[in-house]
Design a protein around this ligand. Structure first.
Ligand code: ADP
Length: 225
């Protein structure tokens, strides 16, 4: 499993890169932030312990900064596609074993993979899809964990409330599994929190539930009255 405290170099400190670097640093991960705009670096210098002005398309600059010592790197350059691709290929040349890169289009994603990115993220594209799911039905939170499989926070349709899950036929009717429940009205003296669902769990209308299943199925479940 990845060591969460393993240092990370974040290259490109625009909106995405800066948010990522600050979040990692806030969680106790050592972060080296790099951007070629002095103004950007200056603005972050009070909030990130290690932030440096450098051009990441210059392999000598990367070497001097000790970038090759890092085991994890994120290329968060989006607008300048050429710089994003070149930087990714240089990191690959330096032998960094875990390179993440941000893509702004499908072609960009494809090239990043070809030049050595191990994981490509497309935050604008993915967030657009996510918001579309959040806008439909009763879906309160949505994470696609694989191409066609999602974990969803929602509430139960009326026809499954008031009976144990084993009798509700949730899996045979909708093809989804209820994995956790947070009661809207917790038992006296108890805080409302998510706990594992069991075959004996009885859902109430308005409870929050986590369901998992194929994207079509979770959507159908969340659209049922
Ligand atoms: P966002 O949409 O997340 O703000 P941008 O692509 O606009 O993403 O920002 C990327 C950041 O990467 C910018 O701050 C830019 O200065 C920086 N950047 C672009 N090219 C290089 C490079 N060759 N070396 C270092 N930083 C770069």
């Amino acid at each position: 499993m990845a060591d969460l405290t393993e240092p990370v170099v974040v290259i490109g400190l625009g909106r995405f890169g800066a948010a990522l670097a600050l979040e990692l640093a806030g969680r106790g991960t050592e972060v080296l932030g790099i951007d070629h705009r002095p103004k950007v670096v200056q603005a972050l210098s009070g909030r990130l312990p290690h932030v440096i002005t450098a051009d990441s398309t210059d392999i000598e600059a990367l070497r001097q900064l000790g970038v090759s010592e890092f085991r994890r790197a994120v290329v968060a350059i989006g607008t300048d596609i050429q710089a994003s691709i070149l930087t990714t290929s240089l990191l690959s040349e330096l032998g960094i074993p875990d390179i993440w890169a941000k893509a702004v289009s499908d072609q960009h994603r494809h090239i990043l993979t070809r030049v050595g990115a191990h994981k490509v993220v497309a935050p604008e594209h993915d967030m657009g899809e996510r918001v579309a799911h959040l806008l439909s039905g009763r879906i309160l939170d949505y994470v696609e964990v694989d191409a066609d499989f999602a974990v969803v926070k929602t509430t139960p349709p009326r026809e499954v409330v008031g009976m144990p899950l084993r009798d509700s036929r949730v899996r045979s009717r909708w093809g989804v599994t209820v994995v956790a429940v947070k009661p809207q009205a917790p038992p006296m003296g108890r805080r409302s929190e998510f706990t594992h669902a069991t075959p004996d769990t009885v859902l109430a209308y308005g409870d929050l539930i986590l369901i998992v299943g194929p994207v079509d199925s979770v959507e159908r479940f969340a659209a049922s009255e």
